[in-house]
Ligand binder design. Structure first.
Ligand SMILES: Cc1cc2nc3c(=O)[nH]c(=O)nc-3n(C[C@H](O)[C@H](O)[C@H](O)COP(=O)(O)OP(=O)(O)OC[C@H]3O[C@@H](n4cnc5c(N)ncnc54)[C@H](O)[C@@H]3O)c2cc1C
Length: 492
């Protein structure tokens, strides 16, 4: 039986090369663990975490919001604050690394963190209680001067002095005679998600982490057990890999690999649409207007709480990504594990055996209404693509990072709940602390520990398959939903 206390020579197998697995592997290697292996069925060094080339992990994406604004959740605010200088340092390191040394998909000078600001706009004309807590907690940490309340004379004067005021009305609401209420957060912006994963994989490999990537070799089929304790994994090629500790970091696939976690974690999907701008030479005005120099990340009516609508500046190739997380969908299926059948929510992407290339009509209609009101110049182009982005929601939106109580050989590292990406540079530091101090947890260890909730709301997990968010109860989009009608365009 492997020891419960690990040494630097212990073998550690990590299942999943998304944010949670990558960050953990990097910090383990940096702390001197010499025998860390990450398994993933995605050939990430070939497809470069590209969502158009087979990657469907939550971590594989064009961009994700990096923010410190967390309402009452000060521990996340502080962790994001600690991640900031590392994102900065990574930009500098990437600028100094010649392209030929970098993996496919990265080039020298790529900027994976972009401090373009985050415009948190109210949809009902007043600052929400969540917004007020965010401001209070950032003020308590000495960061009030990074926040600009639109309409506050002192903040407006400060913003004019340093130029940030140009991003106040990025959606041009005032020009259209609409109200403009919100806060511009200058600590925030976006990270280029797939590129950031590639970079972390590169750093982890340099630090000595082994990666077993690819459909058969890297696909974990089951766990090896001895007297109830996990002692390794078996991959789809039939090989058994013994490990002193297995860390399950398989994002939306975590509950189906380990069903006992289902009362704490549910696999859900947020909805994303893309709008392709016309070529730059045809519409240089729009390319300039929506560039990150001129246009911030924005949220409309609350991002983590509230309407869940938000978007990004255009990408290098002129794509505007807009997301909707006001309702997160589930997809229940029967999973067989250890001789038992379970009904669980599992990812259904364009690449899973049972595919789904559409998103719900509800999500598209909500986003179209937002666009008509706030970005009417985009209605002419229609929606060019969409995606269900699958991840695990926990019962309280906090991560789950802990050993399974009945099985010290298995640790769960998941429950990103739609906000884990920004912590890529730093999350593994806390995972390491939890691994090394199982009986003396720090504040993050306590926040993320294995937990249950017997009564009351559980972040929608209590709905289960009977609930209203199940994907096969939704009306899905057709091609016609991707266009704006002539009437909608004519109203401009
Ligand atoms: C729509 C959406 C918007 C989001 N926006 C933000 C944001 O703005 N800011 C932010 O900070 N966060 C955001 N997040 C959250 C963030 O993306 C996640 O918290 C994070 O990416 C989760 O990482 P992960 O490693 O847990 O999972 P994943 O990235 O899904 O990685 C899991 C990995 O496990 C692998 N895997 C699965 N099964 C197996 C198996 N059997 N064997 C081997 N490997 C396996 C998969 O291939 C995958 O690579 C968003 C998420 C979504 C979906």
């Amino acid at each position: 039986m492997p020891p419960t206390t690990l040494s630097k020579d212990s073998s550690i197998a990590i299942v999943g090369a998304g944010v949670f697995g990558l960050s953990t592997s990097l910090h383990l290697a940096a702390a001197g663990y010499k025998n860390v292996t990450v398994f993933d069925y995605q050939p990430y060094e070939q497809n470069a975490y590209s969502t158009t080339d087979g990657a469907d992990a939550a971590s594989a994406d064009l961009n994700k919001v990096m923010r410190l604004s967390y309402g009452e959740e000060v521990l996340y605010q502080r962790l994001a604050f600690e991640a900031l200088p590392i994102w900065e340092a990574w930009n500098r390191e990437l600028a100094a690394t010649p392209t030929h040394k970098l993996p496919k998909g990265l080039k020298q000078g790529d900027k994976i963190w972009n401090n373009c600001g985050f415009l948190r706009l109210s949809a009902d004309g007043k600052l929400s209680e969540h917004e007020k807590s965010t401001l209070a907690n950032l003020t308590a940490d000495g960061l009030r001067d990074t926040q600009y309340i639109i309409g506050d004379p002192r903040d407006e004067a400060r913003a004019k002095a340093n130029g940030w005021h140009r991003k106040f009305d990025a959606l041009k609401r005032k020009e259209r005679g609409q109200n403009l209420v919100g806060v511009l957060d200058t600590t925030a912006g976006f990270v280029e998600a797939s590129k950031a994963c590639l970079w972390t994989l590169y750093l982890a490999r340099k630090a000595g982490v082994k990666f077993v990537l690819g459909n058969e070799v890297g696909r974990v089929d089951c766990f090896l057990k001895e007297r109830g304790r996990t002692v390794g994994i078996k991959t789809a090629d039939g090989l058994e890999h013994k490990a002193d500790l297995v860390i399950l970091a398989a994002g939306g696939w975590t509950p189906s690999l380990f069903p006992p976690v289902a009362p704490l974690l549910e696999t859900t999907a947020g909805s994303v649409i893309y709008i392709q701008l016309p070529p730059q030479h045809e519409r240089p005005d729009l390319w300039e207007r929506f560039s990150s120099e001129k246009f911030p990340v924005y949220a409309w009516g609350g991002w983590s709480k509230g309407s869940g609508i938000g978007g990004f500046p255009r990408t290098e190739t002129g794509i505007m990504k807009i997301g909707f997380r006001g309702k997160k969908y589930t997809n229940y299926a029967t999973i067989e594990r250890d001789g038992q059948r379970h009904r669980l929510s599992v990812p259904k992407t364009r690449y899973t055996p049972e595919t789904e290339t559409r998103i719900t009509k509800e999500a598209v209609d909500t986003l179209k209404a937002f666009i008509k009101e706030n970005l009417p110049e985009l209605t002419a182009f229609g929606i060019s693509g969409c995606r269900n982005c699958w991840y695990t929601d926990s019962l309280d939106n906090s991560f789950l990072i802990d050993r399974v109580p009945s099985d010290p050989g298995l640790m769960i590292c998941s429950g990103g709940s739609g906000h884990g990406f920004k912590f890529l540079p730093i999350l593994g530091r806390e995972v390491l602390a939890i691994i090394e101090n199982p009986n003396n947890k720090n504040a993050y260890g306590r926040l993320w520990q294995w937990r249950t909730k017997d009564s009351g709301p559980k972040n929608g997990l209590e709905d289960g398959e009977a609930g209203p968010r199940v994907l096969n109860k939704q009306v899905m989009t057709t091609a016609k939903d991707f266009k704006f009608s002539e009437i909608e365009k004519a109203r401009l």
